[in-house]
Design a protein around this ligand. Sequence first.
Ligand code: ADP
Length: 289
Amino acid sequence: MDTVWTELCRRIGERLGESVAPRGTSRLAGGCIHNAARLETSAGTFFVKRNTAHCLEQFEAEAESLDIIADTATIRVPRPVLAAETGGEAFLVLEFIEFGSGGGDARRMGRELAELHALPQTDFGWTRDNFIGPTPQPNPPADDWPAFFREHRLRWMFGLLAKQGVRFRHGDALLDRLDRFFDDEPPQPSILHGDLWGGNAGYTADGTPVVFDPAAYRGHDEADLAMTELFGGFPSAFYEGYHAVRPKRPGYRRRRELYNLYHILNHALLFGGGYAGQAQSTIDRLARG
Ligand code: ADP
């Protein structure tokens, strides 16, 4: 067995307070960013993400988000065990979830996400800055949601894209007029998953919903809901379950496109091409509307 796994098991053992010996590993497919593996040990099975040492901060941020969401006992997430650097590489070790091959209880997934969103929070932001995919995501504490979303989500992405020489027409006009998207009741802070597309949600073999790979922060609940609609993958039962707990608000349809602009800009940053065009036409529509 590769010495790095032996060393990782030693670190897992330190965390768990028992001796942990490696029994075997297998590569898993499906991760967008990191290498994923299944690690069998004398203390059970773990899910491991592995990447170069500079990813340690991403893994620490993900572990903290998972812990905070797990502590809410609302929607299931994998429990983190350890984020560590070993042998010059970074590792994130999580509880292994046995995903089923069929579907699951989408209504329950919607309801449990709504229960997470329903927990009262005192401000926007998060315990730390984190990452949306590999992109840094600032999360300073804030009382004013429109200002938070304007400065730390859209203006931040515009700035990162400008450094790559990508600029958008009417971007500033949109930012200057953002308040008019919030002329009904003021948004309240909720704990968000933050990166809730269909690829970050699944079901165990018995149908229990699980979400994973969060970019969590305290924000407007509609931002999570909007992202579920951006790349699809969530059936109508999910929304029925969600809205049975948290009814839809009147301005959601207008804000949905605004919230998803953040993710489209991030895709433009990461993948360029068509996403920059999609971002520009979204900005044109939003700035006009
Ligand atoms: P990345 O950060 O590289 O995008 P993900 O967190 O999305 O990686 O995980 C990659 C894949 O591994 C997921 O699509 C899922 O199928 C699987 N997976 C994620 N977390 C676990 C877990 N705790 N247990 C088992 N499989 C998992």
